[in-house]
Every structure is written in C-alpha cells, then in structure tokens.
Ligand binder design. Structure first.
Ligand SMILES: C[S@@+](CC[C@H](N)C(=O)[O-])C[C@H]1O[C@@H](n2cnc3c(N)ncnc32)[C@H](O)[C@@H]1O
Length: 273
C-alpha cells in the first residue's frame, strides 16, 4: 500500500508550468530551470493556469489572515511560495520526496534564491519521523501552519488518513492550523472536465494515482473524515474568493465566465485541531 509515491512527482512540473502564465514571482525562472535540467516528459496544459493560480493565491491569503509566520509546506514541489514567504521573514520548511528535493535545492542554489529562513527537506507525508526533521527549524512557542497543494488527491483514503493523522500530531505540538486545497470534492472534477476536457486523461498518463474513487464526496464527507482524525473544525473557502486576483485570464486571453462553476466548486479548507 505505501509505495509508488515517486510516480506522483512529475505532476510537480504539470503544476509549475501553468504558474508561468500568472504574475506569481519566480515561477518563470523556476520553470526555465526545470526545462534545462530535468528530462521528465509530461503533458503540459496552460488552461490549468486559472485554477492553479487561484489555489495558490487563496492559500496565501488565508495564511496571511492567520498571522502565523512559521510554515511547513508538504509536497511543496517547485512552488515559489517558500521562496517568497521566507524572504518576508517567515520560518519556512518545504518537504517533498527525494527527487524533487534534490532538484529544488539545486535550483535554489543555482538561481541564488536561497536564504536562511528557507529549508527544503526530503521526507514523506506518510512518515511521522520525517515531519520531526522539520522541528529544528521552528520555534516551539509559536503556532505552525501546515500547507499542502496537490497531494491528497493522489492518495487512497487509507493513505490520506495516515497523512491527516501525522498533520494532526504535528499541529498538536504547535497548536497550529492546516490549510489545504486537497479536499476539493468530486463535483469539482466535473467542472474541471467541462473547461479542460483533456486534463484528467493526460494526468492519468503522468501518474496512475488519479482515481475518482479517492475523492471526497462532499463537504459532509470532508468534515466527518477530519472529525474522525480528531480535528475540531473545517472552514471552507471557495476559489471564487480570489477571482479578481487571477491574472492568467487576461494573460491567456481566456473567457473568465467559463471558469465560474470551477471557481465555485473548488475549495481551500482551514482545518483546526
Ligand atoms: C501535483 S504536485 C504539487 C506540487 C506543488 N504543491 C504545486 O502545487 O506545484 C504533487 C507533489 O507531491 C509530492 N509527493 C508525492 N508523494 C509524496 C509523499 N508521500 N510525501 C511528500 N510529498 C509527496 C510529489 O513529489 C509532488 O511534488
């Protein structure tokens, strides 16, 4: 059961590419580095940009509202978030699997994007020992935010339970919160297929782990799942909250209205212990 997670790693390029069609800093430079230095061949889709941009910006907005300034981002991939927030004096730790972490640390070094507040460590979200590796970078007397974008959807419910339990245990130590878009329920896939028909079939070619049966049914299912782990509350925010901040609509000359349903159905949740 606990295997084959490296097959998810190429999806980090699938999500890095559309961010180049946004105003998010560093994304073009990061993606250019990946093109020059990685041989992975994956199907790329720029029409994913509004969705990826919305989840990135909504996550940032919610993080900033919490006023918490130490972050563990799991499955961080090639995202620029850690670079940006560590420059704003956040203590920031990214955790991902070995291949991605090796690339990320190389690109940070070569592009001169390192700083003393940013640490990119190798670990699996399914292994609590790996979470412990980040403790050395955080202050125990301060709250911690755990963030993840684009991991749980690829995991079975048994695997999601292991990750959620690890996050719960970690947050218990810091009295923090979990911010994630990864609990978006099934009906979102229908909206995604409406605006982007090839996306999910292409993703199936990138990773075998993209199965509809591994999606939450609806909000009640998310809340029940989280309550069973021990979390006390799940607060839902829709991507549409940041509709006005999405620059890729204009950059790609996309008709915004066709994304309305998708932005209503996709969510970021704030989950509290
Ligand atoms: C779709 S990508 C998302 C990357 C990034 N969050 C983004 O939005 O661009 C999924 C990421 O999950 C990572 N991943 C897969 N299994 C993992 C695990 N067990 N523990 C930590 N990261 C994992 C992959 O290596 C990959 O970077």
């Amino acid at each position: 059961m606990l295997e084959n997670f490296e097959s998810i790693s190429p999806t980090a390029i699938v999500t890095s590419y559309p961010r180049t069609f946004t105003d998010i800093p560093y994304e073009k430079t990061i993606y250019e580095w990946l093109c020059t230095n990685c041989n992975e061949k994956v199907n790329l889709n720029k029409m994913l940009a509004p969705e990826i941009e919305a989840r990135y910006k909504l996550t940032n907005k919610l993080l900033e509202l919490t006023k918490i300034n130490q972050v563990l981002e799991i499955a961080a991939g090639y995202s620029s978030r850690g670079i940006i927030y560590s420059k704003k004096d956040y203590r920031y730790v990214e955790m991902d699997l070995e291949g991605v972490v090796k690339n990320k640390n190389e690109l940070l070094k070569e592009l001169n994007l390192n700083n003393e507040n940013l640490h990119v460590i190798n670990g699996s979200a399914l292994n609590y020992e790996d979470f412990n590796k980040s403790n050395q970078y955080f202050r125990k007397d301060k709250e911690l935010a755990i963030i993840n974008e684009g991991l749980l959807r690829y995991l079975t419910f048994d695997e999601k339970k292991i990750v959620a339990t690890n996050i719960y245990k970690m947050l218990k130590e810091y009295n923090g919160i979990w911010i994630t878009c990864d609990v978006t329920p099934k009906k979102f896939i229908k909206s995604q297929n409406n605006v982007n028909p090839e996306l999910n079939s292409n993703l199936n070619d990138v990773t075998s782990r993209n199965d509809l049966k591994d999606r939450f049914e609806d909000f009640n299912h998310i809340k029940k799942f989280m309550k069973e782990i021990g979390f006390s509350n799940v607060e839902i925010h829709k991507f549409s909250e940041v509709k006005d901040d999405i620059k890729s609509f204009d950059i790609l000359n996309i008709d915004k209205e066709q994304y309305d349903e998708l932005l209503e159905n996709a969510i970021v949740a704030i989950i509290t212990i």
